[in-house]
Write a protein that binds this ligand. Structure first.
Ligand code: NAD
Length: 475
């Protein structure tokens, strides 16, 4: 790494073409604070070209045999696996995630997503008899996939693999903050032999090209992952064409630690979740609810676990905490920490001051706040930085109410020595996903949120369904 990566063409209709939009978008390395890559600044004309290419390719692709699609997707999975080291380093450089984690998670998961498509498609019930009807599942059409920067290739893979597997064609618009992996994916897709126009890649500023795709009558479905604010705008812009909109948005997820739980294990798991990718994970468990009598003990355990998160160079051995993605994000997170203290929260460890010993990079220290009360901004809003809010509660019902009382409904956790008790609380969470006693992420289980965390579901069999229409043929 270290050299400027210049991607100067968009991938439209199977060709690498010049953008009609002017100039380039700079990508900044959040550790060195230097420009590390450039991508084309596509515009609405490019968006229209990409949509037209995807439309032209849709008919033939939608009629291919499922086995044929599965075979191409497996080859794409192999192609990603073959470039693992390069892709992991790109994510570490553009996002700031420590290289080992970036390689394992941010490349390992996409390989799995593409590679598991073949068995999922082979078992998928595309047709079903209901009385005198044949119910068939058909691809929705042209999909605009719009993705964020925090898990750039994983979130692209979750959409693209399932959409292509379902028989849809795709226009991908990755985040302008970490776009390089999408260009490598386009190269891999070509090498895998996907027909021209089935996968198209364009870059540019979200409000311009993103909105052009979302409002285009040539797009049948928008699959969007990003912030709740932009998700609202996407839903509104899509409404005039009544297209399907799948939204995967922000979160403010709570981990409810019950009074009989293994507190050290629960606290360690919460800290690990809250600080993964410097807290820039939509499903991060950023609120830890603990029984009031165990608050002091929980704080001590959290402080001890946080000591492992020494900020540093994402490429250095042993770094657990990289920088935040941008200076704007760093200032936002510092503002939340200062605001929380002004609102009466108590700083256990970390804080808004720049971490010592680092003279560059958009770092924020891993921070634990305690005595956080329901309703405080830091308790209600997505911070998207390494900030854990510890909230004491008095009764189990109160804990459930606090956990559920935000606009979000993405993820939650519950810890108890009694699995039945934990499961009963998990069922009361108004979220799309719940981790019970640290149950691990399952890449084949449905992923998605409720309420203002969105309405989409990705991954596994449910992820394929997202890109299908249902048609009844009365016989
Ligand atoms: P963002 O909303 O700023 O941007 C997401 C994408 O939308 C980018 O590609 C951006 O260019 C594009 N965009 C911006 N304005 C647009 C517009 N007006 N119309 C169409 N597209 C537009 O989000 P971000 O900062 O890239 O990502 C962080 C957010 O994503 C966090 O809120 C996080 O919780 C959320 N997220 C959710 C999930 C999930 O699965 N639920 C996963 C990862 C991230």
């Amino acid at each position: 790494m270290g050299e400027l990566r210049r991607w100067d063409r968009l991938c439209i209709g199977g060709e690498w073409v010049e953008a009609s939009g002017p100039g380039a978008v700079d990508v900044v390395n959040p550790y060195s604070e230097e420009v590390c890559a450039q991508v084309p600044r596509g515009d609405a004309t490019d968006a229209a070209r990409a949509v037209a290419a995807a439309r032209a390719a849709f008919g033939p692709w939608s009629r291919t045999a499922v086995e044929e699609r599965a075979a191409v997707l497996s080859r794409i999975g192999d192609g990603i696996a073959a470039r693992t080291a390069e892709l992991g380093a790109m994510v570490a450089e553009e996002v700031g995630m420590p290289i080992n984690l970036a390689t394992m998670i941010q490349v390992g998961l996409p390989v799995m997503t593409f590679s598991t498509m073949a068995p999922l498609l082979a078992a998928f019930p595309f047709e079903e008899r209901v009385g005198n009807s044949l119910v068939v599942r058909e691809p929705v059409g042209v999909v605009a996939a719009i993705t964020p920067w925090n898990y750039p290739l994983h979130l692209i893979a979750a959409k693209v693999a399932a959409a292509l597997g379902a028989g849809c064609t795709v226009v991908l618009k990755p985040s302008e903050l970490a776009p390089s992996v999408a260009f490598v994916l386009a190269e891999i897709v070509h090498a895998a032999g996907l027909p021209a126009g089935v996968f198209n890649l364009m870059t540019g500023e979200g409000p311009e090209v993103g909105e052009a795709l979302v409002s285009s009558p040539g797009v049948d479905m928008v699959s969007f992952t990003g912030s709740t604010d932009v998700g609202r705008r996407v839903a509104a812009a899509a409404a005039s064409t009544v297209k399907r909109v799948a939204l995967e948005l922000g979160g403010k997820s709570a981990n409810v630690v019950l009074d009989d739980a293994d507190l050290p294990a629960a606290v360690r798991a919460t800290v690990t979740s809250a600080f993964l990718n410097s807290g820039q994970t939509c499903s991060a468990l950023t609120r830890m609810l603990v029984p009031r009598p165990r608050l002091a003990e929980a704080e001590q355990l959290a402080a001890a676990a946080t000591a492992d998160y020494v900020p540093g160079d994402p490429f250095a051995d042993g770094t657990r905490l990289g920088p935040l993605v941008s200076s704007a994000q760093r200032e936002r997170v510092r503002g939340y920490i200062r605001g929380a203290v002004a609102d009466g929260a108590r700083l256990v460890v970390g804080g808004a001051d720049p971490p010592a010993g680092l003279d560059r990079g958009y770092f924020v220290a891993a921070t634990v706040l305690s005595d956080v009360r329901p309703g405080m901004r830091v308790e209600q809003e997505e911070v998207f930085g390494p900030v854990l809010a510890v909230i004491p509660y008095d009764t189990e019902d109160e804990a459930v109410d606090i956990a559920n009382d935000t606009i979000y409904g993405l993820h939650a956790g519950v810890w108890s020595a009694d699995p039945d008790r934990a499961l009963a609380i998990a069922r009361r969470m108004r979220t799309g996903m719940v981790e019970v006693n640290g149950g691990v992420f399952n890449p084949l289980a449905p992923w998605g949120g409720t309420r203002q965390s969105g309405n989409g579901r990705e991954l596994g069999r449910r992820g394929i369904e997202e890109f299908l229409e249902t048609k009844s043929l009365q016989l």
